[in-house]
Design a protein. Structure first.
Length: 102
């Protein structure tokens, strides 16, 4: 099953319009501390299987990593686990041009 891709502009648009979107960052804690999308929740890829209950299945979800490959794997896992509104941030944090929180 193909993972729907969102570009940086799609995520910023949803945040700015006040739409409910949850951002799951699957990088490691050190990467996350180096800068992340405001409001993102850190769930490293290696922990995603054990921590799916922390992700709201009813909310639109965007998954992010450094370049988009770990987040694509996380999206595939989430889709297989029954999540419907899961999107991968294309290009990951390397392509993110919105606000950054430290």
């Amino acid at each position: 099953m193909a993972v729907p891709q969102w570009m940086s502009v799609d995520v910023k648009e949803r945040i700015q319009s006040g739409k409910s979107v949850q951002i799951i960052d699957v990088r490691e804690p050190g990467e996350f501390a180096g800068g992340h999308i405001p409001g993102a929740k850190l769930i490293p890829l290696g922990q995603i299987m054990q921590r799916t209950k922390e992700i709201d299945t009813n909310k639109e979800t965007v998954v992010v990593c450094r370049s988009g490959s770990r987040s694509a794997m996380a999206c595939q896992f989430l889709q297989q686990s029954g999540f419907k509104n899961v999107h991968n941030l294309m290009g990951g944090m390397m392509s993110w041009d919105g606000d950054i929180e430290y």
